[in-house]
Design a protein around this ligand. Structure first.
Ligand code: ADP
Ligand code: MG
Length: 318
């Protein structure tokens, strides 16, 4: 019978190049870079709530780290360390091997060391804490948006939500679109490099985990400002683009969760700096509107008229 210690040693103990002491003692020892602040975030994925128990463990290993890295990116931080707490109903070595591969592939791409965690028997539950660094006083807060700022998003929106609609049978995608959207849902790409580079350029940022309107709404509330968005400028996932007037598609674009793109604001004179940063990071960015001093979120159609976001059932996201 494999002990808990054997499992940890086999699947989760890796050399932690950037830690004073990693997995194996009572606690890890980390040396923060002088002049930085530690940025810490935790996200938990629960079977039956956030994913199906039979979900692909390789994807889960990726996703549980990706959603945490996305939070650090939204703070403008560089991720450095992570801890992983697992409750597992049984010891399934094939599951652990695939999960650990998904986790370490992503961690390795961004130089993140797994430095500790906890492993226990129980209903399947995955919890990651990430620690990163941002230049002291410069982390991107939700409260930093100012009237006149442009509102930007990275990448494109709605792909993950479209995959959920496809899996639920609400619509049928062709095979290529279905595969592409499911990659967005199961293997989201955290915008780590972009987030780090936005640290000294943007005023405020958030990652889009609950949908554009909901998450931008948090920035507006924290900053005590409003925004005007231009619907026609929203970057739709290619599978959505031809049908963007369709209500279901519009819902995916405005209220679809799980995209893990960044939404950020920055003053207009930094437009060129943002485009340069995005090009260096290898991510597209689109300016979708602007911050105003009028409370509330307005969505404008191609002729500049207000679109009724409440009528479409988005009022609880505004
Ligand atoms: P303790 O009893 O002191 O909590 P544990 O037996 O839980 O110690 O853990 C032993 C070591 O393995 C610790 O360094 C802990 O951080 C690490 N660890 C436990 N589970 C994991 C995991 N899933 N991933 C990474 N490290 C882990
Ligand atoms: Mg323990």
């Amino acid at each position: 019978m494999t002990s808990e210690f054997d499992l940890i040693a086999r699947y989760f103990k890796r050399p932690a190049a950037n830690a004073v002491l990693g997995v194996g003692d009572d606690a890890a020892l980390l040396a923060a870079t002088p002049g930085t602040e530690l940025v810490v975030s935790t996200d938990m994925l629960v079977a039956g709530r956030h994913f199906l128990a039979e979900a692909d463990p390789y994807h889960l290993g990726h996703k549980v780290l990706a959603v945490n890295l996305s939070d650090l990116a939204a703070m403008g931080a560089v991720p450095r360390w992570a801890t992983l707490s697992l409750a597992l109903p049984e010891v399934d070595e094939a599951w652990l091997a695939a999960f650990s591969r998904g986790f370490f592939e992503l961690a390795g791409r961004f130089g993140v060391s797994l430095v500790g965690g906890d492993t226990t028997r129980g209903p399947l539950n995955l919890c990651v804490t990430v620690l990163g660094e941002a230049p002291a006083g410069r982390a991107l807060r939700r409260s930093g948006a100012r009237p006149g700022d442009g509102v930007w998003v990275s990448g494109d929106l709605g792909g993950a939500a479209l995959a959920v609609c496809h899996l639920n049978g609400e619509l049928v995608l062709d095979a290529a679109d279905a595969e592409h959207c499911q990659i967005r849902l199961h293997r989201p790409e955290p915008r780590v490099v972009l987030g780090d580079m936005l640290c000294c350029v943007a005023h405020a940022a958030i990652d889009i985990s609950d949908g554009l309107l909901a998450d931008l709404g948090h920035v507006l509330a924290a900053s005590d400002v409003g925004a005007e968005l231009e619907f026609d400028r929203l970057p739709a996932h290619p599978a959505l683009a031809p049908k963007r007037a369709d209500p279901l598609v519009r819902r995916c674009l405005l209220a679809g969760g799980d995209d893990y793109e960044l939404c950020f604001t920055a003053p207009p004179e930094r437009e060129q700096a943002i485009l340069t940063v995005a090009e260096t990071a290898g991510v597209t960015v689109t300016r979708i509107g602007r911050i105003t001093d009028q409370a509330g979120l307005r969505l404008l159609d191609g002729t500049g008229r207000d679109m009724d976001i409440r009528e479409r059932g988005f009022d609880h996201f505004a």
